[in-house]
Write a protein that binds this ligand. Structure first.
Ligand code: FNR
Length: 341
């Protein structure tokens, strides 16, 4: 199976049965504030991640590049990020590191988003030299390193040796001048993993929680003998946020995994995330070239978030991060057993 046809299959399945499960955010309840003492017009949605200033707390997260049809997808996503004032991540650049003729399928994102925040992306098998090339390739403002152990294990042609990842991440952090963001791809992140990443100098983590695009299902659809028992593997987005937002060593957190509405965004920020990432929700628009609809969707998300911030009396993202919350259901029981306040 070539890397190119794998990418095509990922996109095809991500648009169909590859979306599943629950992100757990329904267990997170806001305490309504009937005296918010705030003006809707003054609500400020600016935020920061890893020292980078973002005008929207919604990031178009890593998806693609490499295969020929991904050129137009990255072009559309670049246009969307530019028009809606969002940061954008390209998909794994390993294809272009191995075959430089593919560089344009990533660089188009920078051309469409010339002054915006752009994240590069590689896996934890990358060397510092590859990381430098990935950043140069698209003039990236930060580099994402993805962790996708369960996806690789279910993928028939996937990697089986995961030793040394933390050491390589540490070397990449030391070699780059831009911040490094370590992300999961939909199986979530524990406090223990986040602590290790924080201690090796990573600027931010993206929990990439269970509840949205499901790479266990996607890879199982590509297998002749599926490993279906693993289809619901992972830590939900809500629970991942509970896990990683109370580390002693502070680290910025991005929340990805099934984010679809302004209420999802608000709940993630209130749980302590600095911004959210969305991938699957934007893919359909990009594949079908419906970018005006995508821009309207993002405007709607911004409006929903602003309404919720107003109702809660939170005039900025830092004040939203401090509003009172009640955690119920599975997330409550998880937090209690794991000793999370
Ligand atoms: C992804 N994702 C991803 N992540 C990454 O770090 N590098 C990559 O190359 C890819 N490739 C990729 C392809 C496709 C088609 C999709 C849908 C997703 C994972 C993505 O960034 C995100 O972490 C997950 O999709 C979970 O977010 P959503 O889709 O639930 O919003």
């Amino acid at each position: 199976m070539s890397r190119t046809s794998r990418k095509r299959e990922h996109i095809e399945h991500a648009l169909t049965t590859g979306q599943s499960g629950t992100h757990g955010l329904e267990d997170v309840k806001f305490v309504h504030n009937c005296l918010p003492d705030i003006d809707y017009e003054q609500v400020d949605r600016h935020t920061t991640i890893g020292g980078l200033a973002l005008s929207s707390p919604i990031v178009v997260n890593a998806m693609t590049g490499g295969a020929s049809e991904t050129y137009t997808i990255n072009q559309s996503l670049g246009m969307l990020a530019h028009e809606a004032g969002m940061a954008l991540a390209v998909g794994s650049q390993m294809a272009a590191i191995k075959d430089p003729s593919l560089v344009e399928t990533y660089r188009i994102a920078r051309r469409e988003h010339p002054h915006g925040i752009l994240f590069g992306n590689l896996g934890a098998e990358a060397t510092p030299e590859m990381a430098l090339r990935a950043v140069d390739m698209i003039e990236a403002d930060a580099l994402q390193i993805h962790l996708n152990v369960m996806q690789e294990l279910i993928m028939p042609e996937g990697e089986r040796n995961f030793s040394g990842a933390l050491r390589r991440i540490e070397a990449i952090v030391a070699a780059l001048e831009v911040p490094v963001i370590v992300k999961e791809v939909g199986f979530g992140m524990s406090r223990e993993a986040a602590e290790k990443l924080a201690s090796c100098g990573v600027a931010a983590i993206d929990v990439g929680g269970r509840g949205g695009t499901n790479f266990a299902r996607i890879e199982n659809m590509r297998r002749t003998q599926p490993f279906d028992i693993l289809n619901e593997w992972g830590i939900s987005t809500a629970v991942s946020l509970l896990e990683v937002t109370q580390l002693e060593e502070r680290i910025d957190v991005m929340a990805t995994g099934g984010i679809r509405t302004g209420l999802d965004v608000a709940r993630c920020l209130a749980l302590g995330a600095s911004c959210v990432g969305m991938a699957g929700a934007f893919l359909r628009y990009a594949v079908h070239g419906e970018m005006q609809e995508a821009i309207e969707y993002v405007r709607g998300l911004h409006k929903e978030l602003t309404v919720i911030m107003t109702a809660l009396g939170a005039s900025s993202i830092p004040s939203l991060q401090r509003v009172p919350l009640v955690v119920t259901g599975d997330a409550y029981h998880w937090a209690a057993q794991r000793g999370i306040d």
